[in-house]
Design a protein around this ligand. Structure first.
Ligand code: ADP
Length: 274
């Protein structure tokens, strides 16, 4: 444990009897320190693209540039604005997840649809990031449904896939799968053959703004909030986030959902394999 700090106050409503209230304020102080860190981090993350943007504005105003140079600068400015927009969107997503009640468990979302959306986004991202793309594969073992909020589930699943693609060199394998575990739970997993993650980083990955390779994260449009969002979505759905990784071999991120059911298909479902 930590050294305990107590706050002592005399309770105003105790009348003649003196009543002392003591409580451990260590956790309050920790929460306050975390809040300060968070504000400092957000400010830094916003200031960086803003500074770059302001620099480009000044350049455009002061240097005589030809049309081609101007359009190059405008394109770079667009990238920085986009980066800020992504950051603000992720921040809003996080705060919404923290400030709202858990989604109802009587709404069912079809895993096939979630996987299909992942596939679309994954193929798009892969072709933008790597000339030769990635060897993406998608396997749906059982056509199940998950209880919860479709948009949240989609964002968690897409986040794990986008990380696998962004941190893995073009040409390498990324395998996405859904299967039922022997105990009846459902597992969504993304396995990559990328650089892997050293053991000491793994417990910290879901912290906001925690990044192992800052420049790679920025380059590929990362905000440092992706896994924090995944963790929140998992918690709200009673799911477990499992991370396994071997440096030099690759990583496996999985979400294990407690409440799933098999889809009672009225029509034969088309195969997902492409
Ligand atoms: P970011 O926006 O930086 O990707 P995340 O919260 O999604 O933020 O991930 C945190 C960090 O975890 C990343 O910056 C990266 O260093 C590491 N990471 C996440 N997924 C992988 C992966 N599949 N392979 C290697 N490193 C990863």
């Amino acid at each position: 444990g930590h050294p305990v700090r107590l706050s002592v106050q005399v309770h105003p409503y105790a009348g003649n009897r003196r009543m002392l209230l003591t409580r451990d304020i260590t956790s309050l102080e920790q929460a306050e320190a975390m809040r300060r860190d968070f504000v400092a981090n957000v400010s830094h993350e916003i200031r960086t693209p803003l500074t770059v943007l302001a620099g480009f504005v000044e350049t455009l105003q002061t240097l005589p540039l030809d049309a081609e140079e101007r359009s190059r600068y405008l394109q770079l400015m667009g990238q920085q604005s986009h980066r800020m927009e992504t950051l603000v969107n992720d921040l809003l997503t996080l705060s919404r997840l923290e400030g709202s009640a858990a989604p109802p468990v009587n709404r069912w979302t079809r895993v096939r649809a979630l996987m299909a959306q992942c596939e679309d986004e994954g193929r798009g991202l892969s072709s933008r990031l790597a000339a030769q793309g990635h060897k993406l594969s998608f396997a749906l073992e059982a056509d199940s449904e998950i209880a919860g909020a479709a948009t949240e589930l989609q964002s968690a699943m897409s986040n794990l896939l986008s990380n696998a693609i962004r941190y893995t060199p073009g040409g390498s394998e990324v395998a996405v799968s859904w299967r039922l575990l022997p105990d009846g739970r459902g597992e969504y997993a993304v396995r990559d053959s990328g650089p892997g993650i050293a053991a000491e980083h793994i417990p910290r990955l879901t912290e906001r703004f925690y990044r192992i390779d800052r420049s790679r994260s920025r380059e590929t449009g990362g905000t440092g909030l992706g896994l924090a969002i995944v963790k929140h979505v998992a918690q709200r759905h009673g799911a477990e986030l499992r991370i396994e990784s071997t440096v030099g071999k690759g990583s496996r991120f999985a979400l294990v959902f407690p409440v799933t059911r098999l889809r009672q298909a009225a029509v034969p479902a088309p195969s997902l394999e492409k």
